[in-house]
Write a protein that binds this ligand. Sequence first.
Ligand code: PSU
Ligand code: MN
Length: 303
Amino acid sequence: MNQYLDISPEVKAALDAGKPVVALESTIISHGMPYPKNVDTALRVEQTIRDNGATPATIAVIGGRLKAGLSRGEIEHLGRAGRAVAKASRRDLPALVARGADGATTVTTTMIIAHMAGIRIFATGGIGGVHRGAETTMDISADLEELAQTPVMVVCAGAKSILDLGLTLEYLETKGVPVIGYGTEELPAFYTRQSGFGVDYRVDSPAELAAMFRAQRALDYRGGMLVTNPIPERYAMPKAVIDAAIEQALAECEAQGVRGKETTPFLLARVVELTGGESLESNIRLVLNNAALAAKTACELAR
Ligand code: PSU
Ligand code: MN
């Protein structure tokens, strides 16, 4: 086991017994939602994983240690500290470990640490992708590169249209990452069930998801797999409302010269402010929905 990795006793017992485990990220806690909703949601997501027969392993960097499985106190700390906790992508882990610092893990670093711990599946809200205008800014999330090289199945609700969804799919195709729609042929766009872009494969059961992941592993591929699970109909947002908020957030981002790793947190926070919290509720619901699907799939993978 990696010398910097700490697996919690509960997660370790589950892994040793071959029981289902689902990884969860922590950027969504520190940077994705306001306190105290972020802590409340993180705990509800863990409970949803348990209710569906799996063990949750929330992942973060605490005091320079890579953690798979957090205590309630550690989740509370990440939520309360919020943006004071570094957003940790692949390039950041060496510095955080060397300095004994805290880090909130993105999709990228959650995949890295999950894989180190032997966890095969991970649930979140949305992934990073190719930003609009990336043809000049070159702003492409490290999440896509990680999906190309780390064998973890990521269950999300698609990606927000703060990104260029068409280019994000092109990039994933180039990198050989299968994009699966759960019960849909269309890529969901996080707050809405539809994006106008098709997925590679439609799958309708956790057993079928597990079979695809097993096949990918048996083929000895390096990369992961992206499962996109549409937000439940009753929690989806009206497209016009969310599109207007995203357009305004993008315009402000540009006007204020926000760049680099700050771009995504800035856009996410502005969209929540502009929609008066309605989008936060949608966000919470879709994460819970993804946690349930990931747990069911983890159970199939463990059979
Ligand atoms: N998109 C969301 N919600 C999120 C994120 C993205 O809808 O919380 C977070 C995830 O942790 C993701 C990260 O891995 O932002 C991507 O950041 P960037 O675009 O800087 O790579
Ligand atoms: Mn970026």
